[in-house]
Design a protein around this ligand. Structure first.
Ligand SMILES: [Zn+2]
Length: 648
């Protein structure tokens, strides 16, 4: 997945669908544009400063010999620096910022100077190889079960590719290549037999392959995935008893070969990164068994292990997936990183299959699970994202283990590159190779390259507050192509692509689509949804405008009977947004509220509230007001609930 620009290398095999790069799309709506501005001007600088203030950058200075002292903090803290370089690079691709560019150049210089001669880059060891930081092990990679050496390398590569594509500079890319060459020489069929204790490098090696065309990186990614589940003679047990889970093979999805895995198990973030890589490698090598494994695991996640907010990973003790339907609300762990990983995976699944259900998932996760991870102000973060609070939960400025903030920042910064895609429509009738997929409804203007020409698209919408969307097309020249409009599951009476959640009320008005040419009246388009899309194929002319109407009533959702924590309870959703009841709008308490099935739901837009939100209100056991889940905890602490009892 290349989000910035067309890959410089013509790869022998790839996804049949490609994302329209972020640099071709400008978001200019009232919902996301301000959030991306906050991400760029508040969140990214905030994290850069936290990394400076907490010794994360100093660790590189020490490894480079510019400062004395021991490695500070966790051995995986380097990734907080890499991930924010990645986020800032996307930001530079969209909005030039000489100061930010210089800051990145300085960080990259430091990283380059921290690299050992043969490419090894791990300040936690390099600073004092005789006395490496806790958990790092006496020799390189010997504690890979828990050392995170390969995990750190993966985030280095992702940052390097983003920086290279955004700026054209090879400074960090060359560092990454030197490190990856060492990794590829060290691990493999004739080298060390071990797998990454925390998956991440697999998908990063795929990115490095895309950026360089060096097939060795793809081969090593493929090998790391195929090696999982086999004996690992070069992976002795991690000795720290406090982290015994590192030796549990299921914790790192290593309990069986991936092609035999049926259930999503273990650490949720690790799983998401692995599954994303499995999907990439399936597409780039044509490995059908990998594709089937990804399909199977995806079905398992969406059927039994998914919160309504799109969050995954219900168990806090080891940040892991639970048993079937184990989805507690107050204790929900649902790490922000797991939501980011879930989105990265679902986007790849869409590129592989061209099915809108993956974007349905992507959208649910983005608008709820991901977006709740950051405050409206952009400078405090959730690590855990519970669906219920007794008043104790609150966002904080940074963390000892700070994986989430920069992960969220890099995710949001990529949004322009996740709205459209182009390429094959293997499920169209007939199959075509010239389809523009409109996946997300976000006001923007875009220059979409389709075959040899450009199609300028202006999308106008108040989504997610309103389901009216117009897309004006200005194609160069004439000729037929297909526009595939995603009809979200929530607009088709299917909140998730499984039986895990369902609407408990009637849909009411149905979606509709029309096309209007200049000086002509609107033509209604047959509402024929296949694999989540209505396809419109015609000789598009300049100024042709598609009008999509997705009625957006406030609706009730109930969970599968297997989810005991949601039994007898209802949740509210409107459009893609899951709603939450928060104490401050409800006389200071919400956990005792009852919303009977018969209570009417009203919604209205309140420009004065939480930067402008549509609220849902009604009369339950007392009058209630619900706000979008993502916006909770922006007015102090208090009780919160997504699921509410239907009977006293
Ligand atoms: Zn995290």
């Amino acid at each position: 997945m290349t989000l910035l620009s067309a890959s410089p290398i013509a790869l022998p095999r790839d996804y049949a669908i490609r994302a329209v790069p972020m640099t071709a799309v400008t978001i200019d709506d009232a919902f996301w544009a301000p959030k991306l501005e906050v991400n760029r001007t508040v969140t990214i600088p905030h994290i850069l400063k936290e990394n400076d203030d907490t010794g994360r950058v100093a660790n590189f200075e020490k490894a480079a010999g510019k400062k004395s002292g021991a490695y500070e903090g966790r051995r995986f803290n380097d990734t907080d620096v890499y991930k924010i370089i990645e986020a800032a690079s996307y930001s530079l691709a969209l909005v030039p910022d000489p100061r930010l560019s210089t800051k990145l150049d300085e960080l990259i210089q430091l990283i380059a100077e921290s690299q050992e001669k043969d490419g090894y880059l791990f300040p936690a060891r390099t600073i004092d190889p005789q006395h490496p930081a806790p958990g790092v092990g006496p020799e390189r990679w010997i504690y890979e079960n828990g050392s995170h050496e390969l995990y750190n390398a993966g985030h280095l590569y992702e940052a390097a590719v983003a920086h290279f594509e955004a700026t054209g500079k090879r400074t960090l890319l060359d560092v990454a290549i030197k490190n990856a060459d060492l990794v590829c020489r060290t691990f493999g069929p004739t080298g060390r037999h071990a797998v990454p204790g925390h998956e991440e490098i697999e998908l990063a090696l795929v990115k490095l392959y895309r950026a360089t065309g060096n097939a060795t990186y793809l081969q090593t990614a493929d090998w790391f995935i195929a090696e999982r589940g086999k004996p690992h003679p070069d992976m002795p047990p991690y000795p720290d008893k406090a982290f015994e889970m590192y030796n549990d093979r299921a914790y790192k999805q290593d309990q069986a070969p991936i092609v035999e895995q049926e259930r999503a198990v273990g650490h949720a973030v690790r799983a998401m990164y692995l599954y994303a890589a499995v999907t990439d490698v399936a597409a780039l090598t044509g490995n059908d068994a990998f594709a089937k494994a990804a399909d199977r695991l995806w079905q398992d996640v969406v059927s039994k292990r998914l919160y309504l907010t799109g969050g995954v990973g219900s168990r806090g003790d080891v940040e892991a997936f639970g048993d079937d339907y184990e989805l507690p609300n107050l204790r929900a762990y649902t790490e922000t990183c797991a939501s980011v990983g879930n989105d990265l995976w679902n986007h790849r699944m869409f590129l592989l299959h061209g099915d809108g259900k993956f974007i349905d998932m992507f959208e649910r996760v983005l608008y709820n699970g991901v977006l709740a991870g950051v405050s409206l102000a952009g400078n405090t973060f959730f690590y855990q994202n519970p669906l219920e609070s007794n008043g104790r939960a609150k966002r904080t400025e940074y963390f000892d283990v700070a994986c989430c903030p920069a992960n969220l920042a890099r995710m949001l910064e990529q949004l322009p590159g996740l709205i459209y895609a182009v390429g094959a429509d293997l499920r169209g009738r007939p199959a075509t190779n010239d389809t523009i997929y409109a996946n997300l409804y976000v006001g923007n203007h875009a220059d979409v390259k389709l075959g040899g020409r450009t199609v300028n698209i202006v999308q106008d919408t108040r989504y997610p507050w309103d389901g009216d969307v117009s897309l004006r097309l200005e194609p160069e020249g004439s000729g037929a192509f297909t526009v595939a409009l995603r009809i979200p599951g929530w607009a088709r009476d299917q909140p998730v692509p499984s039986d895990l959640y369902r609407f408990a009320d009637n849909a009411g008005e149905q979606p509709s689509i029309s096309v209007r040419s200049r000086n002509a009246s609107a033509e209604r388009v047959p509402f024929d949804v296949r694999d989540g899309y209505v396809r419109i194929r015609r000789n598009w002319k300049r100024g042709d405008t598609i009008h999509l109407t997705l009625p957006m009533p406030a609706r009730r959702i109930v969970a599968h009977a297997g989810v005991k924590d949601d039994e007898g309870k209802v949740a509210l959703q409107r459009g893609p947004l899951v709603y939450a009841l928060e104490a401050t709008d409800n006389d200071g308490r919400v956990l005792d509220l009852v919303i009977p099935r018969a209570a009417a739901l009203r919604s209205r837009f309140r420009a004065d509230l939480l930067n402008g939100v549509e609220v849902i209100s009604g009369e339950g056991s007392r009058p209630f007001v619900a706000i979008p889940y993502y916006a909770w905890n922006n007015r102090g602490q208090g009780e919160m609930a997504v699921w509410t009892k239907e009977k006293p």
